[in-house]
Design a protein around this ligand. Sequence first.
Ligand code: UT7
Length: 335
Amino acid sequence: MYNSKISGLGFYVPENIVTNDDLSKIMDTNDEWIQERTGIQQRRHVIRGEDTTTSMGVKAAKIAIERAGITAQDIDFVVFATLSPDYYFPGPGVLVQRDLGMRTVGALDVRNQCSGFVYAISIADQYIKTGMYKNVLVIGSELHSGGLDMTTRGRGVSVIFGDGAGAAVLTREEDTKKGILSTHLHAEGQHAEELALIAPGMGKRWVTDIIAENDPNDESYYPYMNGQFVFKNAVVRFSEVINEGLKANDLQVSDIDMLIPHQANLRISQFIQQKFKLADDKVYNNIQKYGNTTAASIPIALTEAWEQGKIKEGDLVVLAAFGSGFTWGSVIVRW
Ligand code: UT7
């Protein structure tokens, strides 16, 4: 048996900054409401034609691969997490495989929204642990801005989300006390529609219905979120799954050197921090700058924390996520 370790990290966000004041010019919202409820000050939106979910993922991946000290030719498998793929099908995994000029390695797409990166890491880790692959590229990338209701009707959702991508290379580690110690995944499909984008899909609203009805005011084109219900579930599940990961490794909260929570809402991160009584330098947040980038939020935050020297060899790093599905999970890493 082997472990896997994170050998390279990278992120990319589009240059175009959209502030809360910018949003207040196109919908009935304001900086005070957004900051008070979410902590978000600004987010990035792509310039149409300049970036896609895949292209952002590729940019982040190039940095991660270089930092891992390998080339795209050394990657044995790709796992791509997103809720905003370039195409309905095929998924962006194969586009990355093509755009990075890789060998004909397998490419898998993960559909787990805010927990997507944690799920993707778990998959990559299993392939490496069994000895099947040596280097796996894991990407989380989202292009939200092309699919949000940017009118007052959609303000409860659209002010929160931003665009961006993060990537990690997972590499075989012979020392099983190092690297990814364990991953913990959960789902509760009972609440699938509490945070969802229903159309187009082959359940309630077929593509053929949408074309036939051609109704630009149809709300089902846009993401729906029962914000308070999601919030209440998030704080409970985040806590549970962090505790589960610590317990599985005989670790205590006091062993945590860095917690990287999915950047859903600064208030959620602060709630978790207070509950676990973690000092400010043991929790990394950047939702203030980027908003909620779903599957990209953990790899962007992890990369930034690492770049700023906040994660050092030997540190215990905990990743935790919760989101649409509902799905949630954690990753316990000895750096
Ligand atoms: O990453 C996936 C997981 N997602 C999450 O974890 C998100 C969890 N939920 C949340 O973060 C919060 O529920 C939100 C930030 C989404 C919303 O905050 P809230 O405190 O739950 O607000 P609310 O939805 O209850 O809305 C309160 C009021 C409403 O007005 P009335 O009915 O009280 O008059 C909304 O219409 O705020 C209004 N409102 C806004 N006002 C200004 C909603 N959105 C906005 C807005 N600007 N953007």
